[in-house]
Every structure is written in C-alpha cells, then in structure tokens.
Design a binder for this molecule. Structure first.
Ligand code: 5RP
Length: 272
C-alpha cells in the first residue's frame, strides 16, 4: 500500500488505538430529509469534536460543512435510487474521482447489494472505483447494503463483506449480527459496523461493545447517534467503548451525564 493511501487510512482509523468512530450522515442520498437530518449542518456541528471521520454526500459537504474544519471526509460516491423504489440496488457511481480529490476526501464510499437484482452492477462499480481511487491513493469503503428481502445474518453479511474485500475495498462497513466474529474474521481488511435503525441507547451501546469484542475496528454510525435524545451523549459513549474499551454501564453513564448537563443548561437558559 502506498504512502498516501496509508496516511489517509491513518487519518480515519486512529493509529493510537487502531479504532475509529465514523459519523454517518449520508442517509439523504436515497431517503431524502431523514429524521434528525432535516438541517444537517445543525446536527453535525456539535458532534464533530467527537467523530474521527464524517461520512456524507458532496451536496451536504459543500453546503453544510465549514471547509475550515479538519475532520477527515468519507465521501459517498454511489447513488441513483430512492426509498420510493422496491429494489434499492440500482446504484451507480455518482461522483468522479477528480471531484473526490477536489473535495479532499480521505476515503470514498459505495454500496454493494449482494444477492439483489443489481448485484453485478454494484460489484463492478466497486471494482471500477477501486481502480480509480487507487491511482490517487484514496481508500474505498464498501458498504454492504442489505436489500429489503435479505437477512442480516453472518452467512449473508460474511459473503457480502468478503466479496467487497476481494474486489479491493480497503475498509468494509457491514451490520452487526449474531456470530459477527465469523464475518470479521473472514475479511482481510478492517470492518466497521453501521448502527442501523434507532435502538434504545443502552441496546446501541451493547451492540457497539459486542461488535468491537468480535473484531470490528469501530463504527460508522448514524441514526443511533443523531436520532438520540442526546446525540453528543451517545457519540461520547460510543467513543468511550471504541477507543477506551469502556464497558456498557460506564458508557451509558457518559450518555446520561451529558443528557442531564444539557437539560440543566436548557433550564438555566429558560430562567433568564
Ligand atoms: C446507508 C449508509 C448509512 O451511512 C448507514 O446506514 C449508517 O447509518 P446508520 O447507523 O443510521 O445505519 O451507508 O446505506
């Protein structure tokens, strides 16, 4: 691996711990104005100090994120479909590699839909993206997206993750499942988990803890952070698990403490 590629990966997966907390806010690329992301700039800003990288589309990056920020960017470069379609797999590469360079992306991200109608198209797109990104030393994060009709078990997620790595992805993002060790151990590159649908905060922290214990190098989490009643509390708690090996109870206390502090500040503000 060349120096630029390694350096970009080191900006995302922190060398001090070998772990990462990526904040995913790219949901609008097929979901439109997702709950918690109606005003993405407002959602993102307070979370940036606690994120190791920010995953988003070029439209939200250009319009909502201060270019003076030093957060590493994971640029989503696939799309072409919407939640109105039954089959979400009809994606292609939507952003050129030159644009990713211009936007100073530390990595580019694309979804693959293994087992879906457009499996071949998305896997060929991944391979093409790896070819192009390799030229500029930009790592590719493959998102093993799960179609509506597919199960999120170790067999399926392991298959999709391994194929992504075989085609050249430098990092694989998948979902947590029972037997996750089987998934992470069959992939020769770092794996991170998505959070998936919003869970009660403690459950999301348990999932994070289990994923790290089963070989994930971190999370690329969205809704379980920005849809929480305390997004800053949640990202701090997730961070404590990922980087410091905190237990679920300790992490949950971090979330609760932040939530209480915010509520107290709000009360003081109202009293003025
Ligand atoms: C969509 C994505 C999202 O970034 C991903 O789902 C992460 O967000 P969440 O934690 O909300 O699942 O890649 O395909």
């Amino acid at each position: 691996m060349d120096w630029g590629m390694r350096n970009r990966l080191s900006r995302i997966i922190k060398p001090a711990t070998g772990k990462t907390v990526m904040l995913a806010v790219d949901h609008g690329y097929f979901q439109g104005p997702t709950t918690g992301l109606k005003n993405p700039g407002k959602t993102i800003k307070p979370l940036l100090p606690y994120a190791d990288a920010l995953m988003l589309t070029r439209g939200i990056l250009r319009s909502q994120v201060d270019p003076g920020t030093d957060i590493p960017i994971i640029l989503r470069v696939s799309g072409g479909t919407s939640v109105l379609k039954d089959d979400l797999s009809d994606e292609e590469i939507t952003v050129s590699i030159e644009e990713a360079v211009r936007l100073n992306a530390s990595a580019v991200a694309l979804s693959v839909f293994v087992g879906a109608e457009n499996e071949r198209q998305t896997l060929v797109s991944l391979s093409r993206l790896v070819n192009e990104a390799q030229t500029y030393g930009i790592p590719v994060l493959a998102v093993t997206a799960v179609g509506k009709q597919m199960v999120r078990d170790a067999r399926y997620l392991g298959l999709a993750s391994r194929i992504s790595a075989e085609l050249g992805a430098h990092v694989v993002k998948t979902y947590y499942c029972d037997g996750f060790k089987q998934v992470s151990s069959s992939v020769p590159v770092p794996t991170v988990i998505a959070g998936g649908k919003k869970l009660p905060e403690r459950d999301a922290l348990v999932m994070t803890k289990n994923a790290i214990a089963s070989g994930a190098v971190g999370v690329d989490m969205g809704r379980n952070i920005f849809q929480s009643d305390s997004p800053v509390g949640m990202i701090k708690a997730v961070r404590a698990i990922v980087h410091q090996g905190a237990g679920v109870d300790a992490a949950y206390r971090i979330y609760e403490a932040e939530k209480k502090t915010k509520a107290a500040k709000k009360k003081v503000g109202k009293g003025r």
